[in-house]
Design a protein. Structure first.
Length: 389
């Protein structure tokens, strides 16, 4: 077994042997532009360097999961097809050939360090229902407990009509994996140094944002100022992933994956790339699943009084504060709760069907039994089954 090499002391300085104690589980997302070095095929030397860094973390007891792109690039190389087509069937064909090749490369590279890897191909449907979510979560935790590094990718080969919308160059998928394993850190490796105020390739006045406290509308507006022709997700999907992960209590860093020893640098706490600060504390599994957004079946719109009661007074949602309902959800489904401006302020498990809430909306709690057939209590969504954003 080959042991992971020590980090370069010239890079890390005197703290090379000290890891940031809060990072016990790390999800690393490697995008296509990183793995190819900006070319049309996978760059083996870049993959070797990435694996070396992850092996170094693994050898120090940190649980590591790799969310990787690159199946399409691998398929293009194997088949010798260089057409830059974007239609779905062509992309799926390349992925079906390249996925096994990609895993073979990773398996061989990690084996050099004595590390076993496992493949996990996921779709939205795998995570949208509670049982599927728990099954995937249990498998990943079981692998990690045995020192196995999961290699995770979106299942591009499955038809879109079966899986719904794609995750988006694995950015959203990486945030969902954070949710599954309660990770402490998400490192999104891309081909830029982080989030800038403008495209640094076009604007000499563009400056990098070293720290983001919250992904708000201003931060989201910056995504359109980052041009990227090769990446399917782009900066917008990376910011969406950062927003989701930080809501779950996870630190996120978007950075240049080609910088020397970038992953250990992040884990050691070096100020590099753009760091996104967690906006919430860690929460229990069921609430994390609800907050992932994949399971939401409909929307409940509330008035200002109800919004205040939920956000400020930690109350349950009562029918008196409900203005409107959309979607055909059932009792026990996950619904989003939106304010008068249509902004999602919470999500939770509903006690009633959409049709029943439509009948009771705006009414006082003591009056609702007269308008519905089945009474399950006065709360539309109980506080214990709700997550505030």
């Amino acid at each position: 077994m080959k042991m992971a090499e020590q980090p370069n002391p010239d890079v890390f300085g005197s703290n090379a042997s000290e890891l940031a104690s809060e990072y016990n589980c790390v999800v690393v997302k490697a995008g296509t532009n990183v793995l190819t070095g900006g070319k049309d095929e996978l760059d083996l030397s870049i993959m070797e360097e990435l694996v070396r860094q992850l092996a170094w973390l693994h050898s120090r007891g940190i649980k590591v999961l790799l969310v990787t792109s690159g199946a399409i690039a691998a398929g293009r190389k194997v088949l010798g097809m260089n057409e830059d087509k974007t239609d779905m069937s062509y992309r799926q064909m390349l992925a079906s050939v390249g996925q096994s090749r990609l895993l073979q490369l990773y398996s061989s590279l990690f084996e050099t360090w004595g590390i076993i890897v496992a493949q996990a191909l996921l779709t939205r449907n795998d995570l949208s229902d509670r049982q599927g979510y728990l099954n995937v979560r249990n498998i990943l935790h079981s692998l990690l407990s045995r020192g196995v590094i999961p290699i995770i990718n979106e299942n591009d080969v499955v038809a879109l009509e079966e899986i719904g919308p794609v995750f988006g160059d694995n950015d959203t998928l990486s945030a969902l994996v954070v949710n599954l394993v309660d990770a402490d850190l998400l490192a999104i490796l891309t081909d830029t140094n982080g989030l800038f105020t403008a495209d640094p390739n076009k604007d000499t006045n563009a400056t990098i944002l070293n720290r983001v406290e919250r992904v708000d509308s201003y931060i989201e507006s910056l995504a359109g100022k980052h041009d990227n022709q090769r990446s399917r997700g782009g900066m917008a999907s990376k910011l969406s992933a950062a927003k989701m992960a930080t809501r779950l209590g996870t630190t996120v860093v978007i950075c240049n994956g080609l910088i020397e020893d970038i992953v250990p640098r992040i884990v050691l706490g070096q100020a590099i790339g753009t760091l996104f600060v967690p906006t919430a504390n860690k929460m229990e599994s069921r609430k994390r699943w609800m907050l992932s957004g994949l399971s939401i079946k409909g929307d409940i719109y509330v008035d200002n009084g109800a919004e205040h009661a939920l956000a400020e007074d930690n109350k349950s949602l009562l029918p008196a504060g409900v203005n409107n309902v959309s979607g055909d959800f059932r009792r026990g489904d996950v619904v989003s709760i939106k304010n008068v401006d249509g902004v999602m302020i919470a999500c939770g498990l509903t006690n009633y069907d959409a049709s029943e809430i439509s009948k009771m909306k705006g009414q006082r709690s003591e009056s609702i039994q007269a308008v519905i057939d089945n009474y399950y209590g006065q709360e539309v969504v109980h506080r214990n089954n709700m997550v505030l954003l």
